[in-house]
Design a protein around this ligand. Structure first.
Ligand code: HEC
Length: 153
């Protein structure tokens, strides 16, 4: 009898920590998904503010025409910016490699474009590396933004 009781006690001792761990894991997963959905779109900036930021970093005014040439030309590699974003980037683009659809990059055609500064930095870094094998300079980014901001329906 005491043997059975001991076994039951041992079993209970084992399940309590397991249950606690499961609850903790579920809680952590919930927190992670909540903070993910919050950080997915910071909406902390605007296309005009991004252009001003890069112009200030470049210490020179932006030039839309220079931005157009930069965006639509290949820079020694296989792709230009327009290869994925289209020319002009006022309609849905298509990833040159994966075929994934990309929302229009010009802000007048996509209210989400350039409204999250972390996203802007992340995609400039990734895309410039794909096209130029280096980061874009602040001047290049300011020029691209000046052109994109000038595109109207
Ligand atoms: C190989 C395909 C590809 C090329 C080439 C490319 N991009 Fe992109 N770009 C993307 C994708 C995919 C996204 C993300 C779109 C999304 O999630 O809606 C993106 C997003 C961006 C964004 C973020 C905009 C925002 O606020 O949402 C910027 C800025 C950008 N690209 C700039 C450029 C520039 C500048 C070039 C050329 C130097 C370039 N891209 C070339 C695929 C590309």
């Amino acid at each position: 009898m005491s043997f059975l009781l001991n076994r039951a006690r041992r079993a209970r001792r084992a399940t309590v920590p397991t249950l606690r761990a499961t609850l903790l894991a579920t809680g952590l997963a919930l927190c992670a998904s909540v903070s993910l959905s919050v950080s997915a779109w910071a909406a902390d900036t605007s296309p005009a503010a991004q252009q001003a930021r890069f112009s200030a970093e470049a210490k020179a005014p932006a030039d839309a025409e220079r931005g157009r040439v930069f965006f639509t030309s290949r820079q020694g590699g296989e792709w230009s910016c327009a290869s994925c974003h289209g020319n002009p980037p006022t309609a849905q683009g298509k990833h040159a490699n994966t075929g994934k659809l990309i929302k229009p990059l010009a802000p007048a055609f996509n209210p989400m474009a350039f409204t999250d500064s972390a996203r802007v930095d992340k995609w400039f870094r990734r895309n410039c590396n794909d096209v130029l094998k280096r980061e874009c300079s602040p001047g290049e980014k300011a020029d691209v933004l000046a052109w994109l901001n000038s595109l109207k329906p």
